[in-house]
Design a protein around this ligand. Structure first.
Ligand SMILES: C/C(=C\CNc1ncnc2c1ncn2[C@@H]1O[C@H](COP(=O)(O)O)[C@@H](O)[C@H]1O)CO
Length: 240
């Protein structure tokens, strides 16, 4: 399998407690400090590319959603409705649900942004992206997903989507971002997760009931857009 930049940074586990000739330490000292420059350049390129993005919503969802599926159709509808409401649509730029949301936005004449990630196999941005930025580090890319969006919408997805969802939730819960509705679109898919949070995490005291209210579950694209625009209006009013 081909390596990636992220992997060269992270997958270096050498658990041997001894480093008799100092080779491990020397190797780390030789390479790791220089990675910072690469990381820095990635942030600079991202900030530069995104600097004129106005109101935007980041859409997450499975890379494996197929174009003939109801989830794909939902993604297209969502992208179109967000564009019609004046939001740029930001996705991971990949296939599946990301492509669907980009496609909906582009077809509706809206701004369609893809923040791609280097993967161990060749992959280009989906054809519906009109502003594309490619990242080598997941964490730099994640900053852009949050920094330039007013809300997150999650379509059905797997580990990647869960990771992005829970990162967003943690940022909102800890008030690192204060403006963020998070909508889970597709009630059949998401309700079980909400039930588990309410039925297991809340009674265990690991999250509070008010944290659950950070999540909105719906089947309706119109309601999704309504939740996002309502939150935007509140923010505008509170900053006036
Ligand atoms: C698995 C395949 C391609 C993967 N390509 C991806 N391209 C861009 N972004 C991706 C990709 N895979 C995951 N992501 C990110 O995670 C979320 C989706 O992950 P999930 O596990 O599929 O839910 C998505 O929002 C991306 O940001 C070949 O089909």
């Amino acid at each position: 399998m081909e390596s990636t930049t992220d992997r060269r940074l992270l997958d270096t586990g050498d658990p041997d407690p001894v480093d008799p000739d100092g080779a491990r330490r020397a190797n780390r000292l030789e390479h790791d400090p220089w990675r910072v420059l690469r990381i820095q350049s990635e942030f600079v390129a991202g900030f530069d590319a995104m600097s004129d993005v106005a109101a935007a919503v980041t859409v997450f969802g499975s890379a494996r959603t197929t174009p003939d599926s109801p989830e794909y159709a939902l993604g297209v509808e969502l992208g179109g409705a967000l564009a019609a409401a004046g939001y740029a649509v930001i996705t991971g730029g990949g296939p599946g649900a990301m492509e669907a949301a980009n496609r909906g936005a582009a077809q509706a004449g809206g701004r369609s942004i893809g923040l791609g990630i280097e993967l161990p196999f060749e992959q280009s941005l989906n054809e519906w992206v009109d502003l594309g930025v490619n990242f080598r580090y997941f964490f730099a890319r994640k900053t852009m997903f949050v920094k330039y969006a007013q809300a997150f919408v999650c379509l059905p997805g797997g580990f990647g989507t869960m990771d992005e969802l829970f990162e967003a939730l943690t940022l909102v819960q800890t008030k690192k971002v204060t403006r963020f509705p998070i909508v889970l679109l597709g009630a059949d898919y998401w309700q079980g997760l909400l039930d588990w949070i309410t039925g297991t995490l809340v009674p265990a005291g690991t999250v509070s009931q008010s944290d659950v209210a950070l999540l909105h579950v719906t089947d309706s694209v119109a309601e999704t857009v309504e939740i996002i625009t309502r939150a935007g209006a509140h923010i505008e009013a509170s900053t006036r």
